[in-house]
Design a binder for this molecule. Structure first.
Ligand code: FAD
Length: 270
């Protein structure tokens, strides 16, 4: 069997499903290839003894209107639930006391979380030249640009929560590509953040810091199930890709399923 489609998308996580959704909306013929039986990648929700259990993400940030476009297309707008705004408050322990994490310039200037010299050090950031290195650890990057205290009392607690890792062992380029690119593009994180703010305003987007957090009444899998239900037989699950070739402008995927081997051909591959 050999079929030609416009696009083959590998993986039925939220990236693959939403890519396929928007491509199909534009009129492309799309197929998703998924190696597992479960659709949705790391997004998986269960109900156990009346409790909602999330195996992967439990929420997402409402940063862009594109999310709501997707929710409307797939009919899940009414199931969206927002987190209590109080849950946005974050605290970090310093000198055995919980200190609120500053959320604006004024609270940053007043906070006892950072010493006066640490605050002055952060203000120097726009004048520090960008690194010429291709990559460095997150801790080297933060100490160089923002100083040691910022690493210990802002970055370290955040990284422990998200990556369960140490800043000196994480590559800034791989784990924090946005920070890395701010320095490469604007030469400064503060300059980049200010220019990024104006760009987001133009595109009606919100920063992660200011965006509300949302989930769905019946959990995050509502999202992936709703997209998958619309894609139906455009998702081939339980399929192994044994090889990928490219010839004469076409991708050729050799696929293995329980019932045998077959080939799919596409003009583009995601
Ligand atoms: C425990 C956990 C908690 C998280 N919490 C949050 C959170 O609260 N908020 C948040 O915003 N983010 C969170 N994240 C991150 C977020 O869930 C992921 O960034 C996002 O879901 C990744 O989606 P994806 O489609 O890119 O990848 P995945 O969900 O990993 O999907 C990739 C898919 O590709 C398939 N695949 C891989 N290789 C092949 C192959 N060769 N052939 C065919 N199929 C293949 C896989 O089986 C899988 O289905 C969390 C992640 C984890 C693991």
């Amino acid at each position: 069997m050999n079929n030609i489609v416009d696009v083959i998308v590998v993986g039925s996580g939220i990236s693959g499903l939403s890519t396929a959704h928007f491509l199909i909306k534009k009129g492309y013929k799309v197929l998703i290839i998924e190696k597992d039986e479960h659709i949705g990648g790391v997004i998986k929700t269960d109900r156990i003894d009346g409790f909602l259990v999330e195996y992967g993400p439990n929420s997402t940030l409402d940063t862009t209107p594109i999310l709501h476009l997707l929710f409307k297309d797939i009919g899940v707008e009414d199931d969206v639930v927002y987190a209590n705004p109080l849950a946005k408050n974050r605290y970090i322990v310093r000198n055995k006391r919980l200190q609120p994490v500053p959320t604006g310039l004024l609270s940053f200037l007043k906070t006892p979380l950072f010493s006066k010299s640490a605050k002055m050090r952060i203000l120097k950031e726009p004048f520090i030249p960008p690194s010429k290195k291709e990559d460095e650890s997150l801790s080297e990057f933060v100490i160089r640009r923002l100083g040691r205290e910022f690493l210990d009392y802002a970055i370290d607690p955040f990284v422990a929560g998200v990556y369960a890792g140490l800043p000196q062992e994480l590559s800034v380029k791989s784990a924090f590509p946005k920070l890395y690119n701010l320095e490469k593009k604007y030469g400064s994180l503060i300059k980049g953040a200010i220019l990024g703010y104006w760009q987001r305003r133009k595109q009606k987007e919100r920063s992660k810091q200011s965006a509300p957090m949302l989930s769905f009444r019946y959990g995050m899998q509502t999202l992936t199930d709703a997209i998958a239900n619309r894609l139906k037989d455009r998702i081939k699950k339980g399929v192994d890709i044994s090889s990928i070739g490219y010839r004469d402008g076409l991708y050729e995927l050799r696929l293995r399923k329980e019932d045998g081997e077959y080939t799919l051909t596409s003009r583009a591959l995601v």
